[in-house]
Design a protein around this ligand. Structure first.
Ligand code: CDP
Ligand code: MG
Length: 138
């Protein structure tokens, strides 16, 4: 059993894609055990993407992630981390496989609709970054 963090980014929320993303998660059989909408502050977004702080796209990414509300979710299930990454598709929508969220809905490498944790250690860090234990249903 794995647990991972999923985010519908501000572009996805603004484009009315919350329902489509949630539908794909549920159809995949992943269990949504926590969910809320949050408009990230600059410091919250900077902390979340701390590993990317030295990358050339960091400032633009933080600007984008604070441009409107996100939907934050915690997903549970066997192999939840790779299964959610597979539903998302590659970071660059032009390289993402057909039928993935990013290929179907993203408008660019930055504005790529969704986030997903990439490994067990980052998943644990990211879930705890946004949710406390009592906010997650068992
Ligand atoms: O989100 P993912 O794990 O697929 O990619 P990442 O390499 O961890 O990058 C985090 C986010 O930064 C991406 O989802 C994009 O929104 C953004 N990014 C970007 O704007 N330009 C890049 N060349 C790479 C990533
Ligand atoms: Mg990543």
């Amino acid at each position: 059993m794995q647990r991972t963090l999923a985010i519908v980014k501000p572009d996805g929320v603004a484009s009315g894609l919350i329902g489509e993303v949630v539908k794909r998660i549920e159809q995949e059989g992943l269990r949504i055990v926590a969910m809320r909408m949050e408009h990230l502050t600059r410091s919250k977004a900077e902390g979340f993407y701390y590993v990317h702080r030295s990358r050339p796209f960091f400032n633009s990414l933080v600007e984008f992630m604070t441009s409107g509300p996100c939907v934050l979710m915690v997903l549970d299930g066997p192999e939840a981390i790779p299964r959610w990454r597979a539903l998302m598709g590659a970071t660059d929508p032009q390289k993402a496989a057909p039928g993935t969220i990013r290929r179907d809905m993203a408008t660019g490498i930055e504005r790529n609709v969704v986030h997903g944790s990439d490994a067990p250690d980052t998943a644990s860090y990211e879930v705890n970054y946004f949710f406390t234990g009592t906010q997650i249903s068992s």
